[in-house]
Design a protein around this ligand. Structure first.
Ligand code: 6PG
Length: 247
C-alpha cells in the first residue's frame, strides 16, 4: 500500500515542533494506555528535548504513556551509543515513570548473543501487549518513530540483510551493522514496526537528500518497505527534501 505522506517543514526546529504535535495528537487520540516506539540516531534528539519542555511536557499524561525503542545498539545502557540511553537523557528520565520506560535489555543478555537479547525484548512485548501474534485490527503501537540512514536502512534493518525478511519473530538480532557504529544490533522486524496507527519518519539535513531522492523514486530499500498498517508520514526539512518535492 502506498499510503506515504510527505510533510515538508523549514528546518530542524520546525521539524521537532511538528513531530511533537503529532506525538501529542496520537496520545490524545487514545484515552487508555498509550505505546510509543522511539528511534535512535541523532535526528530525533531535538524532538525528545522538546517533549521535556512546556507546553509539551505538561500536556503529556506521563502515567499512561509507555515508551519502547525500535532498535538498539548491542552496548550497555550507559554507553553513549545506546539509543534508549540517549532518549532517557534527552527526556524520559526527567518526565516518565521508570516503569513506563521499556529499553532493550542489552545488559542482562549474553554479550555475544544479540539474538538472545532480541528474544528477551520480544517476550517483554508479548507480555505488555498480551499477544504473541500480530492482529491488523489491533495495532501494537499508537506511534512508531523512524529515522533513515545513508544506505536506506531504517531501525536496524539494513539493505540485503536477512532480518528484513523475518515475518514470524517480533524482534531479531543483527550480528553485523552495515554502517557506523559497527556494533551488533537488535531490531524490531518490519511487521512489528508496521503494527501501529502511525509511523513517523523524521529526516533533516542536507546529508539526507541523496538517500531521500532514491527513496522517493521508489527504490527497493528498507526504509521504503517500512509502512504502517495505518498512516505513514515522512517529516522532512528543506535541506533534506529532494528537488521537485515542493515545500
Ligand atoms: C540507529 C538508528 C538508525 C537511525 C538512522 C538515522 O540505531 O542508528 O535507529 O536507524 O535512525 O541511522 O540516524 P541519524 O538520525 O543519526 O542520521
Amino acid at each position: 500500500n502506498d499510503n506515504r505522506r510527505v510533510i515538508a517543514v523549514a528546518d530542524p526546529a520546525a521539524l521537532a515542533e511538528a513531530a511533537a504535535e503529532r506525538v501529542l495528537a496520537r496520545i490524545e487520540a487514545n484515552s487508555g494506555r498509550v505505546a510509543v516506539c522511539l528511534t535512535g540516531g541523532s535526528s530525533p534528539k531535538e524532538l525528545y528535548q522538546l517533549l521535556a519542555t512546556d507546553p509539551y511536557r505538561s500536556r503529556i499524561p506521563w502515567q499512561r504513556v509507555h515508551w519502547f525503542i525500535g532498535d538498539e545498539r548491542f552496548v550497555p545502557a550507559d554507553d553513549p551509543l545506546n539509543n534508549m540511553g540517549m532518549a532517557r537523557a534527552a527526556f524520559l528520565d526527567r518526565c516518565a515513570p521508570a516503569a513506563n520506560i521499556h529499553p532493550i535489555p542489552t545488559a542482562t543478555a549474553d554479550p555475544t548473543d544479540p539474538d538472545r537479547c532480541a528474544a528477551l525484548y520480544e517476550r517483554e512485548l508479548h507480555s505488555f501487549f498480551g499477544a504473541d501474534t500480530l492482529d491488523q485490527s489491533r495495532p501494537l503501537f499508537d506511534l512508531v518513530l523512524m529515522g533513515v540512514g545513508p544506505d536506506g536502512h531504517t531501525a536496524s534493518l539494513f539493505p540485503g540483510d536477512p532480518a528484513l525478511d523475518e515475518t514470524a519473530r517480533w524482534v531479531v538480532g543483527v550480528p553485523r551493522a552495515h554502517v557506523e557504529p559497527f556494533v551488533p544490533r537488535i531490531t524490531l522486524t518490519l511487521p512489528t514496526l508496521a503494527s501501529c496507527r502511525e509511523m513517523l519518519f523524521v529526516v533533516a539535513g542536507g546529508t539526507k537528500r541523496a538517500i531521500l531522492t532514491r527513496l522517493f523514486a521508489r527504490e527497493n530499500l528498507p526504509a521504503n518497505s517500512a509502512r504502517s498498517a495505518g498512516e505513514t508520514i515522512w517529516l522532512v526539512d528543506r535541506e533534506a527534501l529532494p528537488e521537485g518535492f515542493g515545500g
